[in-house]
Design a protein around this ligand. Structure first.
Ligand SMILES: C[S@@+](CC[C@H](N)C(=O)[O-])C[C@H]1O[C@@H](n2cnc3c(N)ncnc32)[C@H](O)[C@@H]1O
Length: 229
């Protein structure tokens, strides 16, 4: 078992290969064939020419955009996650503090990083997004759908070649969830603490950061945050 730093509040991860400081299994993400960008989000991104993928992991969803000619850069604090992405375009750095010397049309923060139970950490992630988005640009954020927090239930899902089970271990001001992932015969677990980033909290955060927001992906999970002119 590896003990992770408090990011989502995660505490334990197990399985083959290494883990990121927040407990994400590197081998799992590198072997997973999955595309977490819904059609409307991908279409919105394609209207632009540059993209920063923050907390990108191995960049499975955004590498194809680079292949189509988009100007893409990737940030993850795990150099192992970034292995294999185009040379000169990766930044093994902490997304809470990294400041690159340029801005982007689109800044992507996927995978529910905003659902950390730490207000401080969430605001640090969002400030990094703001620091890198152009004045006419868009920040695209994936959150856990707020409706799930009304009565958090365990669930299973097949995502590409990945089988996933989410077991809710307890609920307080956040949900304590153990994920079990399987690819073929290999199995990983990761325990995370997930807190609702409600519309009301999005309103409050955007007001602090000089942003306005709207739904971006056809449901409540994806939000587009844009600088107020
Ligand atoms: C759940 S994975 C998701 C990867 C990718 N966004 C996706 O959707 O497949 C979360 C990623 O965020 C990275 N991460 C978490 N906290 C970070 C931080 N403070 N700075 C940089 N990367 C971070 C982890 O290393 C991991 O690769």
């Amino acid at each position: 078992m590896t003990t992770a730093r408090l990011v989502y509040g995660s505490s334990e991860s197990e399985g083959p290969g290494g883990f990121t400081p927040d407990g994400c299994p590197v081998e799992l993400y590198r072997r997973a064939v999955r595309d977490n960008l819904p059609g409307p989000v991908r279409a919105l991104i394609r209207q632009h020419s540059s993209l920063l993928d923050l907390c990108s992991g191995p960049g499975g969803a955004t590498l194809p955009l680079y292949g189509e000619g988009m100007d893409v850069e990737w940030v993850d604090w795990s150099a192992a996650m970034l292995t294999g992405l185009p040379a000169g375009r990766t930044h093994p750095a902490d997304a809470t503090t990294v400041r690159l010397p340029r801005s982007f049309d689109v800044v992507l923060l996927a995978s529910g990083l905003v659902n950390t139970r730490s207000d401080t950490l969430r605001m640090q992630f969002l400030r990094t997004c703001v620091a890198h988005v152009g004045a006419a640009g868009t920040i695209l954020v994936e959150r856990w759908p707020p409706a799930w927090f009304a009565d958090p239930q365990s669930f299973t899902a097949d995502v590409g070649n990945l089988r996933m089970a989410a077991d809710v271990l307890g609920v307080t001001s956040y949900a304590d969830v153990r994920f079990t992932y399987r690819i073929g015969a290999d199995r990983w677990t990761q325990r995370v603490h997930i807190r609702d980033w409600s519309d009301a909290q999005v309103d409050a955060d955007c007001a602090r950061l000089g942003l306005r927001w709207a739904y971006a992906g056809g449901d409540a999970a994806w939000l587009a945050l844009t600088p107020v002119a």
